[in-house]
Design a protein around this ligand. Structure first.
Ligand code: IMP
Length: 432
């Protein structure tokens, strides 16, 4: 028995929702450790669809504890709205089943506004990131700048006055630069005091609680958001999110030691997608890209934006296997490839006439690389709903084996439709 960390091994949207749901049923505690309400997971349980963006998946299952760790940036308004939405669907969220680290950073309305102002200004100069405009980046900047308001600060109104003063000095200077009206101290104090009583009951010393649970032998599932190529250090910088999305962050972002993390499961889509701007060596702008997008329903859960689609990039996933320490992968959406005459997999790149095995870190070089492909035979039969290897056509098995070999990690789970049971289980990560 071990704990499990789930991470995306590409640019997010790998289909983590279904796998996390399957695992959360077997876990005692589900912990988010980075990101915020920029994530989007859809869970389908007993025919009911739940859309989560900030809350950990465990929250919809009775008897599970959901935890938001210190590495997450929490928009209290988004939190309360999500709790209300779930309530309307019959799910009760109380401190009995949700705890939030008292040292988690808060996203304020000024962060959301700054995110939007920057993206708008960047649109005119062609340098926009294509963020979710949720204020994620600006909130992490304030955390690292040591001027953030943290959840626990709402409990000490006197000290909060000074903290608000400090954060406003910074933000009003930025706002003057954008020609936006300055924010009054009173307005932020009102914003925070109006929600304090509703969010403070969820606060907890999460590292301590998790340590006790670990000693008791509870099964802990760490639920990553976004993907490894959006990691602030290891991703395609600057077209990344503002947190570390790799598995190591599960430790720092929850207060649990890395030795207790256990099995690292990399969710990996059988092709590649990306939302927002940034390099994408295997992107297909032709009818095959269109086919993948339509068949794979590649539209953002949160923003509804159309995702860019392309061939599977084994060089990038091999890199994610290394930077996360991935033990095994859950391969998703194989059925989207059904019916394609032939399939390509990127195995490395050409850069200025030279062959290289990994994506270079420089933005300029990333824009210049050309993928080197191998071509595999496609299959005509449907793989939808396959539950054992024998249900798959020989060419599909060959494709999966080729992926395993190229990325250097085995398939632990193979998902063949959005339905929970349409999964080929090779290894149960909790039992590995
Ligand atoms: P931010 O996280 O809103 O700052 O956005 C930064 C980049 O990360 C943009 O390219 C977003 O499209 C991308 N991003 C953020 N969250 C997700 C996600 O959950 N899935 C896929 N892409 C995401």
């Amino acid at each position: 028995m071990t704990n499990v960390v789930v991470v995306g091994s590409q640019w997010g949207d790998e289909g983590k929702g279904k796998i996390v749901d399957w695992l959360s049923e077997r876990a005692d505690i589900v912990v988010r450790f980075q990101g915020g309400h920029n994530a989007g997971h859809t869970l389908v349980i007993d025919g009911i669809s739940y859309k989560l963006s900030l809350l950990p998946s465990g929250v919809v299952r009775p008897g599970k504890m959901a935890v938001i760790g210190n590495g997450v940036v929490v928009d209290p308004h988004a939190l309360l709205a999500e709790i209300e939405r779930l309530k309307a669907q019959g799910v009760t969220v109380t401190p009995e089943n949700l705890r939030i680290a008292d040292n988690a950073t808060l996203i304020l309305s000024l962060h959301r506004e700054l995110d939007g102002m920057r993206e708008d200004a960047a649109s005119n100069s062609g340098t926009k990131i294509g963020t979710t405009r949720r204020g994620i980046g600006p909130a992490y900047e304030d955390k690292v700048g040591r001027r953030a308001i943290r959840l626990m600060d709402l409990a000490d109104i006197e000290a909060l006055e000074g903290k608000v003063e400090r954060i406003l000095t910074h933000h009003n200077a930025l706002r003057r630069g954008f020609g936006a009206p300055e924010i009054e101290h009173k307005a932020i104090m009102e914003e925070l005091t109006s929600i304090a009583d509703q969010v403070l009951p969820f606060r907890d010393t999460v590292w301590l609680m998790l340590d006790k649970e670990r000693r008791k032998g509870s099964r802990i599932l760490f639920e990553g958001a976004q993907g490894s190529l959006l990691d602030i250090d290891h991703g395609t910088y600057p077209f990344v999110t503002s947190s570390n999305t790799v598995a190591g962050q599960a430790a720092a972002g929850s207060g649990m030691g890395p030795g207790a993390l256990g099995y690292i499961l990399g969710i990996t889509k059988a092709y590649t997608t990306r939302v927002g701007e940034g390099p994408f060596p295997t992107e297909l702008t032709d009818e095959i890209g269109q086919f993948l997008g339509e068949k794979g329903h590649e539209f953002g859960t949160i923003t509804g934006r159309k995702r860019r689609c392309g061939w599977f990039d084994a060089a990038l996933v091999r890199q994610s296997v290394a930077t996360n320490g991935i033990t095994g992968i859950a391969l998703t959406k194989l059925d989207v490839l059904d019916g394609l005459e032939e399939l390509k997999i990127c195995v490395g790149y050409k850069l200025d006439g030279q062959e290289i095995e990994h994506l270079p870190a420089s933005q300029a070089a990333q824009a210049r690389v050309e993928p080197i492909y191998i071509t595999l035979e496609g299959w005509k039969e449907s793989t939808v709903g396959a539950r054992k290897w024998a249900d798959l056509p020989a060419q599909a098995i060959k494709y999966v084996r080729q992926v395993e070999e190229l990325i250097g990690a085995p398939v632990a789970l193979l998902s063949t439709s959005p339905e929970r049971d349409d999964t080929i289980l090779v290894t149960d990560p909790f039992e590995d």
